[in-house]
Write a protein that binds this ligand. Sequence first.
Ligand code: MOS
Length: 729
Amino acid sequence: MTGQFTQDAPETECLLDSMRQDVIGKPLVRIDALAKATGTATYAAEYPVKDCLEGVLVTAPFARGRITGIDIDTCLACDGVVAVIDNEKLIARCAQGTAGEAPVQEVRKVAYWGQPFALVVAETFEQARDASKHLKITIQDDDLSDIPCDPQAVEPENQQYSSQGDLPHAMTEAPHSVDAKFTTAGHASAAMEPHAAIAQWDGQTLTVHASLQMLNYNISELADAVGLEENQVRIVSRFVGGGFGSKLGISAETVAASLAAMQLKRPVRVAMSRQQVFQCVMRRSETSQRMRLAAGKDGTLQGFGHEALVSNLPDEQFAEPVLQSSEFLYAGDNRLLTLDLARVHRMTAGSVRAPGEAVGMPTLEVAMDMLAEACSIDPVELRLKNIPDRHPMKGTPFSSHKLAECLQQGAEAFGWDSGLRKPRQRREGEWWIGTGMASAARVHNIAKAKARVTLNPDGTALVESDMTDLGTGTYTILGQIAGEMLGLDPSNVLVDLGDTRLPRGPGSGGSWGAASIASAVYVACKAIREKLTKYANVTEGELNLKDGGVEGGASFAQLLGDKELREEGHYEPGDIEDDYVAAGFGAYFAEVRVNAFTGETRVNRMTGAFGFGRVLNERTARSQCQGGMVWSIGAALTEALHFDPRDGHLVNCDLAEYHVPVNRDVPELEVIMVEERDPAASPIQAKGIGELGMCGGAAAIANAIYNACGARVRDFPITPDRVVACMPD
Ligand code: MOS
């Protein structure tokens, strides 16, 4: 049986508000917490498989050209080597700009340094790794002295252009204006768990334990890459140690392990080294951006311009959507938004941790700080003044909007001083101290999702989907949704995820996971409740379920005898998507200290206030917000991919050289959740939350640095050398 729900209009009534179990929103501990903390959660590479061969990927040591010959003989003669797989299917692209498609690249054409082109398979990992060093290739280079890997040096293609009114005119007429250029560095999507897969082929079915985000798409991508039908492929990803976008599409190690297992008729494991993860998987594009803001005397925006240049490989479609929230965040009649794309030979640029806003919002929010100063207005006040009623270009209404509340509640909790702001007002020893703030915004995405729910007469339930949990808490919130809807303690709900044999979920990406899959579980539970009304002989409104049965009445065993109730919930976003602008909003406040001599910045404290619809679990939601704020600190101060201009290779390809914030860099992070109901966002009235926490936070830190020491740095990350260079004398 199936419950089907396509959302074409706002759902103002949500059953979750009238249920009796009272578990939704509660800060339940993750149901997989103990397994993870004790190391018993089995990740892809750890799956116990007998007689498993080990594969090591071999990657291109040059950034552009062709491999004209591979001499495998020396390699094959090495101890323990079973095979060298170098057929053309292996060169399926290893990164994934757009989920849902994985075209195979031309045979042995190399487009970036580190691109995998062969797999060495041996009895042990050490043998495979050693032999991989003996694989000899001959290369036909294009001119190596002229590798286009600098986005500034090539003619870009326009990807997006929208204009309204006359921005240049508004800029000349306005009493106050800001015209500033910014750059942001490329970011890595290397998550904690390196990419890995174990493939098994029994002659009929290919079973792969992999670390992937979107099994619903990955199954077709993998089937396509290895030449099988979807029903011959099974992918299992029960635990995923973070994705950050790098596991959205099918990946090189999964395809390589599968091809090898099918050819050799033995299980094959391929795990990327940390360096390979950095070199092969998606990067976030570096950007250069120009912000133009024009305002009246009182700070009301009259002109808004945001122009950006990003990069990607030749033929890749993805362009970092830098302007995504700039389209609707602030008012201003005269608008110009443009996005250009330069073709360069660096690894594929794709979706990485809040694609778009993660780098677009910080520049916008620094420009707003500059405008506040130009207008002599408090920066919070400037933002409050410029919140539009509707989408400034399309005229569509917002589904719900909590920016004002977030700004106000965040300011109050932080103790924001709204007096006139001047840099270099507070000094403690070597340190300048200052504060800064910024808005947060991130589009709300939602996706088609299916889930199966079974209510057993013994008062337990089973929730099933191929949905993944990247460590975000998906298992836990689905237990809470089913528990709430069916009157069960969540500990009596078994949640089974990450297996393509189960109904197709939405996958985890773009912050759509929780709202989408929870809506499917909600729809399935509604269908079960409908059946229960017949058993209990009451109407839906009278069906109060709690603790394994009708509240104060029959248990499920008494009601159902030995019959289980099973329903699939199909949720699909319908026409409503075009009727509203749906986004999460928020505000950040930061206090920093900047060393007057070295330019070193430390974050003293940080507050974030966020509005993203219904909170499904107070603890996991808070963790998502905190995680985003940690990334904001990295984007502000340390994170940057560095490419060698001579040969295009990534220089900092491990977590020692690619700097993310560690414990000592992160102060107490205060999170305020401004809860709301968003009836147009999803039937459970929840919005995406995973990425919101890093959409603008870097600007709060940049603005605090300026307030502290007077250095207005417009290049991210704001490293000590850049602070020193911009420090006033
Ligand atoms: Mo996300 S960057 O869509 O995994």
